[in-house]
Write a protein that binds this ligand. Structure first.
Ligand code: HEM
Length: 361
């Protein structure tokens, strides 16, 4: 679909599953727009100096530096700790009549985990939440000034933290990245900011909504919740189905056509903006039978919730593990939980990227 985006830019939205896969895998759709229109990455926001906004060969170098920390083996080694954090949060919730599942459970779990991986104080998580909310939701119009203030606070916070770590390096990921920074041209100071920021933001914003959206889907489909309670071993499938049905990331990041091309009959011009509607592709009836049915027994679901191609989500094994532990533990501990408001009172978060609700009482 050719369309005008809310910020006035014109571009293409890819909505069909097959087209989405093609675009995500096609190297002619690039991330670094400065290659097309001149200028350099130096002028882009400091938060964009990371793999998500880079093309090869920078992409490979930046992704390679953190990949080791996110292999399925490394992540499965974190199972015990993730379970411990989950149990603590549920224990705190146990004494209360009503909790807000987002603030009291879905948010703290992934942010504590990513802070521990990076070696950043988890006590500061509420600051990270404000800053990353602002970066994700408030990049346009009336909130722009507030966003810049938050960006500055975030940069200052990270600078001070990096100084501390430089003096006293440990085994955390930031220390490892700093060692790479010292190895001649491996990682620049800007890239260190960019990569750490991406991990903090991507490491929790999305998983919060995976947990929230899973719970909502299960509460709205009590027969599916019952099925999962009787067969907790199908939790993996249940999480995959939420990722397909109610994926936490609505749209891919922006790509630009690096040349004129004929894409399935559409004349895409060099420099055109192209965005993939991931959740739309995940509801394409040509790919998924009865896509509007939430079915946790669905077999083989090659959904695009984590993207595809070279930018395939690096944190997918971690997000899946956190989601599985969180949902399994929550429904075991609180088998009779109920939504304390009606479905139409749920307030969805603004913005084009994240799909999730503000509160789940
Ligand atoms: C990339 C989704 C959790 C780190 C992506 C992309 C998607 C995505 C769709 C690709 C965007 C594009 O191609 O434009 C999700 C979802 C998550 C999740 C749905 C949770 C349910 C995480 C976590 C981390 C993480 C927990 C880190 C700890 C990253 C990174 C990239 C990425 C570093 C960039 C990879 C690259 O460009 O090579 N994610 N993500 N994500 N994600 Fe995630």
């Amino acid at each position: 679909l050719k369309m005008r985006f809310p910020d006035g830019q014109e571009g293409w939205i890819i909505t069909r599953y097959d087209d989405a896969v093609e675009v995500l895998k096609d190297h002619r759709f690039i991330k670094n727009v400065s290659k097309l229109f001149g200028g350099s990455m130096e002028h882009q926001s400091i938060f964009m100096h990371n793999m998500l906004f880079s093309d090869p060969p920078d992409h490979k170098r930046l992704r390679g530096l953190v990949q080791k920390a996110f292999t399925p083996q490394m992540i499965s080694g974190m199972r015990g700790r993730i379970q411990e954090i989950t149990n603590d949060l549920l224990e705190k919730a146990a004494g209360k009549e009503t909790i807000n599942l987002i603030d009291d459970f879905a948010f703290p779990l992934p942010i504590i985990v990513i802070c521990e991986i990076l070696g950043v104080p988890a006590e500061d998580r509420n600051k990270f939440r404000i800053w990353s909310n602002s970066l994700i939701e408030g990049s346009n119009g009336e909130h722009a000034a507030e966003m810049f203030q938050h960006m500055n606070e975030f940069i200052l916070y990270l600078s001070e933290w990096f100084e501390k770590i430089r003096k006293n390096q440990g085994k955390d990921l930031i220390s490892q990245l700093m060692m790479a920074e010292n190895e001649s041209d491996h990682l620049t100071e800007r890239e260190l900011f960019g990569v750490v920021t991406l991990l903090i933001i991507a490491g929790h914003e999305t998983t919060v909504n995976l947990i929230g959206n899973s719970i909502l889907a299960l509460i709205e489909h009590p027969e599916q919740l019952g099925l999962l309670q009787n067969q907790p071993e199908i939790i993996h499938n249940a999480i995959e189905e939420t990722l397909r049905f109610n994926g936490p990331v609505e749209f891919s990041t922006s790509r630009w056509a690096s040349e004129d091309l004929d894409f399935k009959g559409a004349a895409i011009r060099r420099g055109d903006l192209v965005i993939v509607a991931l959740n739309s592709a995940n509801h394409d009836p040509l790919q998924f039978k009865d896509p509007e049915i939430f079915d946790i027994t669905r077999e083989k679901s090659p959904h695009l919730a984590f993207g595809k191609g070279i930018h395939l989500c690096l944190g997918a094994p971690l997000a899946r593990l956190e989601g599985e532990i969180a949902i399994k533990s929550l429904i075991q501990r609180f088998p009779d939980m109920k939504l304390n408001i009606s479905k139409d009172q749920l307030e969805w978060r603004p913005g084009m990227i994240v799909r999730g609700v503000k509160e789940i009482p």
